[in-house]
Design a protein around this ligand. Structure first.
Ligand SMILES: Nc1ncnc2c1ncn2[C@@H]1O[C@H](COP(=O)(O)OP(=O)(O)OP(=O)(O)O)[C@@H](O)[C@H]1O
Length: 349
């Protein structure tokens, strides 16, 4: 069964217009005017059970609005949503027992009481038996290393400690789908890594489906085999992360340091026919750019066979750069990728 099934989903907000000046404010009092903001524009996607899917896009792209509709907080303007077979905003009671939600910027824990008291309240909200609660809590506390935090009030926890508690809170009732909205925002690399490892383990061992929004693409690299990319309320890419990288990355750069002056003409002659381009940085340094179609080891063996080399460094385009370029162009289609390549190639020569 599909964990999430979304078809032609749309969300429009009505935003009040503010007219200028005192007379405008007076007019606003008597006759309000509204603008329509279309945050999510007829999107469709399906997520099978057990998948970890990244949901990414620039600020204002429509990610949180989608998550809010998927979790039943917002009612869609039009379109269909099924989460675990339920319509989130209609079947609230049955539905919430099977999902967990973490909003990185908001807490589901009570600020002034001990963490364990919040967990006990959530046990009652979700109707979890005392026995199941104890078993699950012990397991989660051990995995997320919460031991001595349980009796502290939430307001006295660091952000990293609170986020680990939020995860426990969202998983106490053993949901099959977990929605995470910016779960690693503001955390240091040690806590980020611990949370990523925990989520991987949860997915592997319990088959939990995870939909994750984040601005940290390392979360995506560490966790997601699939990524859905939004731009201005529309899906501009839905597929594998590797495919996205292959389609968009400019190829690889190899930086060479030679032991003696090696002229550009010699390098170009050596590698003629390989489709590579060269840029001379100094007498001893040059950079070779290889398209994906050229085998790295072929190119390397030709250059190392014909020159005297002191050092070599291979540089891949990183995901942040790739995604930034896609956001910039507003499209992840192959033709946009080709245009971008044509624009950027000369700079590498
Ligand atoms: N309650 C609301 N009323 C009016 N407009 C809204 C409301 N919520 C969101 N919007 C608008 O809808 C658009 C999408 O917002 P949304 O919060 O879903 O984006 P996002 O991708 O989650 O952004 P971010 O990464 O900044 O959290 C934005 O233009 C936003 O201003």
């Amino acid at each position: 069964m599909l964990a999430i099934d979304v078809k032609d989903l749309r969300k429009q907000f009505k935003v009040q217009k503010n007219r200028e000046g005192l007379s405008g404010a007076l007019k606003d009092l008597f006759k309000r005017e509204y603008n329509e903001v279309r945050a999510v524009k007829d999107i469709s996607f399906q997520i099978p059970q057990g998948e970890i899917c990244g949901y990414i896009g620039e600020n204002g792209a429509g990610k949180s609005t989608t998550i809010k509709m998927l979790t039943g907080i917002l009612v869609p303007t039009s379109g269909d949503i099924r989460v675990n077979g339920y319509i989130p905003y209609k079947d609230r009671e049955k539905f919430v027992g099977n999902i967990g939600v973490v909003f990185g910027q908001r807490s589901q824990l009570w600020w002034d009481i001990g963490v364990i008291e919040s967990f006990r309240l959530l046990r009652k909200v979700y109707g979890v038996s005392e026995q199941d609660f104890r078993r699950r809590l012990d397991q989660l506390v051990e995995r997320l290393d919460l031991g001595d935090l349980l009796n502290r009030p939430v307001r006295k926890l660091s952000l990293g400690q609170r986020m680990r508690c939020e995860l426990v809170a969202s998983l106490l009732h053993n949901p099959s789908i977990l929605f995470l909205d910016e779960p690693t925002i503001g955390l240091d690399i040690v806590v980020k890594t611990a949370i990523r490892e925990f989520l991987q383990e949860l997915n592997r061992e319990e088959g939990t489906t995870i939909l994750l929004t984040t601005h940290d693409l390392q979360d995506i690299e560490a966790l997601c085999s699939r990524v859905i990319m939004l731009d201005d309320g529309r899906i501009i890419y839905d597929g594998g992360l590797d495919e996205l990288k292959n389609r968009w990355s400019r190829g690889r750069e190899i930086q060479f340091q030679f032991t003696s002056h090696t002229p550009l003409a010699k390098l170009e002659q050596l590698t003629a026919g390989l489709g590579v381009t060269w840029k001379q940085e100094s007498d001893l340094n040059a950079t070779m750019w290889l398209p994906h179609t050229t085998n790295v080891s072929d190119a390397l063996s030709i250059v190392t066979g014909g020159t005297a080399i002191r050092d070599i460094k291979i540089i891949e385009t990183n995901t942040d750069e790739i995604v930034r370029e896609i956001y910039r162009s507003g499209s992840a289609s192959a033709s946009a990728a080709a245009t971008l390549l044509r624009e950027e190639e000369p700079a590498l020569r």
